[in-house]
Write a protein that binds this ligand. Structure first.
Ligand SMILES: [Ca+2]
Length: 504
């Protein structure tokens, strides 16, 4: 065991972008069998997570039926609350949706109950996938606040949940007139009833917005697009095969949206942004390109790469990411709700998402939220999500789900104020696999003031040893490292649905 662990430690930890700049000590890793064992056993208390229930409301919607909540339209307001409850008010005519991930603290049977006014439905998924939700309780007519026993339908059957597993839960409420409120309670296997459910059971669920391209997309074939010093326009509906050029290049541009395009078949990147600000790239499909979206020298912020799908990035290194930010700074930068898949043998990826020498702001970190990534390798250095590559600050990767993402799952390779929060990672043994999460000050870029909390990681290295996590002794220990993660359990290949790419 000791020998094998030491061999594991000798596998190189290399940042994703520019290997040639690495100092020699970057490949030196030290870990003891003892510390690994302690960390692997540390804290299976998954209940310590930031609270997070998304509350969406649609106003000026009449009626008393849940079916009248217009969920297919964007909500008029969206806020974060701490549990599945909203106190009574007399605001008339709204629809409301509460959504979250709920984590079961024990394995066993749970009973849920709802109260509300005027009508409420409660849904629970069998895992984190909202599409698997089923209605488990509801009421067709009002109750008093927290009155859970007025109708039989308010109470669910007993539902078996697994300790530490995260489940998608959703409440729909419709208010007509008079009082309006909603509450959910549960009774746990230990017969303790929480009214309302403790906020510590919830983790933020951020639903991707409805994806326009999920229906059959219609593209218009176009040659490559290269724009300089252009602003305030939208590029949409184009199918662009890049050949040996980026399918779309924006240089010195601002206030531009690239949406509903298919960007494919290029030995260069899909979208290249240089010295741009306030650019949104969303609902596009990228396939068979070196890197999907490559952004460099964007020092004024506002770079948003959300809700795209990526299939089979071709590299070669240093390209090979779904999205890479290189010297992207400022506020309002986001890489969120994207879905990326690299089919082994049909792709040559490096990292899924890489933040290289990039800096958010303390109040507006670069946000990598809610992405789904499957597949990676055989790169000896690439993996899922890399923060702080050769430095960088104020970056947060949260609520991402990764399956077999490559040599590593997620990493902080340098910089300050970088965070890994509430991610779930599974990696099976492959000949290039190493570690689920690592934190390592590479190339002299010291990791400091970082946070690693609420993550669940099950990852097998190339020797088929469980190797969920590694902290270099050259890095400051991240907040939450020893106490607030679940190392070695709580994830398997089923954390992502079989098909995640729906764009064509
Ligand atoms: Ca009412």
């Amino acid at each position: 065991m000791l020998l094998l662990t030491s061999l594991t430690a000798l596998l190189p930890f290399i940042s994703s972008c520019q290997k040639e700049e690495l100092a020699p000590e970057s490949a030196v890793a030290t870990i003891s069998a003892k510390s690994l064992a302690v960390e692997a056993n540390a804290n299976t208390n998954a209940s310590i997570m930031p609270a997070g229930v998304v509350c969406e409301e649609w106003s000026n919607v009449s009626g008393n039926d849940v079916a009248q909540v217009p969920v297919s339209n964007p909500s008029g307001s969206k806020s974060s609350i701490t549990t599945l409850e909203k106190a009574s008010s007399s605001t008339p005519n709204y629809g409301r949706r509460l959504s979250a991930y709920i984590t079961a603290p024990y394995t066993g049977n749970y009973t849920f109950a709802v109260a509300g006014d005027d009508a409420v439905d409660l849904y629970l998924s069998t895992d984190t996938d909202p599409s698997k939700k089923v209605k488990i309780a509801g009421l067709l007519s009002w109750t008093n606040f927290r009155e859970f026993t007025k109708y039989a339908s308010q109470k669910s059957a007993q539902i078996k949940l697994q300790a530490g597993q995260k489940y998608y839960i959703e409440v729909l409420q419709k208010q007509g007139g008079g009082d309006g409120h909603v509450s959910v309670q549960w009774t746990m296997p230990n017969n303790v009833t929480e009214t309302p459910i403790a906020s510590s059971r919830f983790a933020a669920y951020s639903a991707p917005a409805a994806a326009p391209a999920s229906s059959a997309p219609t593209y218009t074939a176009s040659g490559v697009v290269t724009l300089r010093n252009v602003h305030d326009m939208t590029i949409s509906g184009k199918a662009i095969a890049g050949g040996n050029q980026p399918a779309i290049s924006l240089i010195d541009c601002y206030n531009i949206r690239i949406t509903n395009c298919k960007l494919y078949n290029s030995s260069d990147v899909g979208v290249y942004l240089h010295n741009c600000r306030n650019i949104t790239v969303d609902y596009n499909f990228f396939t068979n390109v070196s890197t999907g979206v490559y952004v460099d020298q964007a020092v004024q912020g506002g770079i948003v790469v959300n809700n795209n799908q990526f299939l089979n990035m071709k590299g070669p290194f240093p390209r090979g990411q779904f999205v890479q930010f290189n010297n992207v700074n400022g506020s309002g930068n986001s890489i969120s709700y994207n879905k990326g898949e690299n089919v082994f043998g049909a792709s040559n990826p490096e990292d899924g998402i890489s933040l290289y020498q990039s800096n958010g702001t303390p109040s507006s970190p670069i946000t990598v939220n809610g992405n789904w990534i499957r597949g990676g390798g055989p790169s000896a250095s690439g993996g899922g999500i890399m923060l702080g590559d050769l430095g960088g600050s104020n970056q947060v990767a949260m609520n991402n789900i990764l399956v077999n993402p490559g040599q590593y799952g997620m990493a902080i390779a340098g910089g300050s104020n970088n965070q890994l929060i509430n991610n779930v990672i599974f990696g099976k043994q492959q000949y290039f696999t190493n570690v689920g999460i690592y934190v390592n000050s590479i190339g002299g870029h010291k990791v400091s003031n970082s946070k690693v909390k609420g993550n669940k990681v099950k990852f097998y290295n190339s020797n088929n040893y469980l190797n969920p996590v590694w902290l270099s002794n050259n890095a400051d220990k991240p907040d939450g490292w020893d106490t607030d993660n679940k190392w070695g359990d709580g994830a398997d290949a089923s954390i992502l649905p079989a098909s995640i790419i729906t764009y064509k």
